[in-house]
Design a protein around this ligand. Structure first.
Ligand SMILES: *Cc1c(COP(=O)(O)O)cnc(C)c1O
Length: 380
């Protein structure tokens, strides 16, 4: 029988071994690690809300009014008023009939895809879709087809081929992200919607890295383009720009009811803390306020500053990948930046395909221009 030591040694030999790093400070653009103060360019806390005084206060108010725990799964007796308020706030922000929340984005993806899809159905996935979407697709038992990243031509061909042998009640579900988590680019959403209509498919759009950042009030890419009514499932997470945790889907009332009845990650898991739900509703109000607009503007300016420093064009949201290729070289580049006081992660297989290892720089509204300029100088 193989030992864990052998497996770990194998990972080390390929520069794929990973380990945890503990922060001794709140999540912020400067963090304390091993007694050092580092400039943090690795967090998804794009709007610097993870340690926001008003959201922390809302969390405390939520504890005082509703307690710390939910006591049961949502269907048993774990649905408290803050859960319902949060779902109303998400539905309104997304201009959808209804919304349902989960304990994480990961659990949302599993709940949705496995509720909707089964043997005989077909899932058509962008090649760079997040691991939780891929795993959910596999678990559902549906047939999986993968199209090259953002390739509308290939997506159309796959949809046409699937339709030529499609039973009347079989579902076809296209899955993509609005901003890709490791590449930072946007999906060609208008083109995907044209295809989903032409071939009578459903569309699941993972807005994880666009929620809070793009569109009016930070509602996401679908709202930015005004196509939210054409996206069957606007899913996302409260764990990135909202600085909290938990996942959501905005959809029709019927689909919400279906998920409540079928989604195993919803049914067989204790409801998230009501205090967290209360704080999340507050954070949704904050991103829709003038302060939210100001934070998004500051993030955009910071992205432009780094783009100028690196002589590149600015990406559409807060993610700046610098592709290096070799896994060891990427680790080495991250190590050199760490020595200079910058926390920038090397992203490697299996998070990205082999041979496409990269530095993934993420920007926050709270970075100072000086921090960004200094990072730019160390990378050039
Ligand atoms: C982070 C992420 C998720 C998972 O969300 P969590 O709330 O962190 O579980 C899902 N999809 C994408 C694209 C992500 O980047």
């Amino acid at each position: 029988m193989r030992s864990p030591g052998d497996e770990l040694e194998h990972l080390r030999s390929q520069s794929l071994f990973r380990q945890l790093r503990t922060l001794d400070s709140p999540q912020a653009v400067r963090v304390e690690v091993d007694g050092r103060s580092l400039d943090n360019f690795s967090s998804n806390d794009y709007l610097a809300l993870a340690d926001h005084p008003l959201i922390k206060q809302a969390f405390k108010t939520g504890i005082d009014q509703f307690g710390v725990g939910s006591g049961a799964s949502r269907l048993v007796c774990g649905t408290l008023r803050p859960h319902q308020d949060l779902e109303n706030a998400v539905a309104e922000l997304k201009s959808a009939q209804a919304a349902l929340t989960f304990s994480s984005g990961f659990a949302t993806a599993h709940g949705l895809v496995c509720s909707l899809m089964t043997k005989g159905d077909t899932i058509v996935l962008d090649k760079l879709a997040h691991a939780c979407l891929i795993d959910a697709a596999r678990l559902s038992g549906a047939t999986i087809r993968v199209f090259p990243h953002n390739d509308l031509n290939k997506l159309g061909k796959i949809l046409r081929a699937v339709n030529s042998a499609r039973p009347a009640d079989a579902r076809v579900l296209i899955i993509t992200e609005s901003i890709f988590s490791m590449d930072g680019d946007a999906a060609p959403l208008a083109g995907i919607i044209a295809l989903k209509k032409e071939f009578d498919a459903l569309l699941l759009l993972d807005e994880a890295h666009a929620f809070g950042i793009l569109g009016p009030g930070g509602a996401g890419l679908a709202r930015q383009l005004g196509v939210q009514n054409e996206v069957d499932f606007q899913m996302g997470t409260f764990s990135k720009a909202l600085g909290l945790s938990g996942g959501y889907v905005a959809c029709t009332r019927d689909f919400r009811d279906l998920f409540i009845n079928r989604a195993r990650s919803f049914i067989y898991s204790t409801a998230p803390s009501p205090a967290l739900a209360h704080a999340t509703t507050f954070a949704i109000g904050l991103i829709q306020s003038k302060e939210g607009d100001a934070l998004r503007e500051r993030l955009r300016r910071n992205v432009q500053t780094l783009a100028d420093a690196l002589g590149k064009s600015p990406p559409p949201a807060g993610i700046f990948p610098l592709i290096i290729g070799d896994e060891y070289a990427a680790l080495d580049a991250a190590r050199q930046l760490l020595e200079k006081g910058f926390l920038v992660p090397a992203i490697r297989f299996p998070t990205v395909p082999r041979g496409t290892a990269r530095l993934r720089i993420t920007l926050s509204a709270a970075h100072t221009s000086d921090q960004i300029q200094s990072l730019g100088k160390c990378i050039d």
